[in-house]
Design a protein around this ligand. Sequence first.
Ligand code: ZN
Length: 135
Amino acid sequence: MLKKIDHIGIAVHSIAEARRFYEETLGLVCEKVEEVVSQKVRTAFFSLGETHIELLEPMDDSSPIAGFLKKRGEGFHHIAYESDDLLMQLDTARQQDCRLINEQPVPGAGGKQIAFLHPGSTGGVLTEICEPSKQ
Ligand code: ZN
């Protein structure tokens, strides 16, 4: 079952530059900057109530974020829902003929398990489902 919107992902060329808007203009606090090697992406998380803003910066040119920036430029990248059962959520998506980017969960930021659903099946919105680690 989905629990909440966990975060909204925003693609940026540089976290160092982009964070100024979130910190100084919006007054949000950066919780952590973390590299997610499986996605070749550097992330910065800002808390906002139960939800977070996740800035995504490519670690190199082969990163999916590098491709996104080249095609679409900086801006909204994905929405992430928290689930208490990611595998069940993926099964349901499969049964509904939803195209999955990750057939199986992969490690995401903050020790979470994550999987992406293809925007071609979600009305154009890249959709992440994440499950917090149970330890
Ligand atoms: Zn995300």
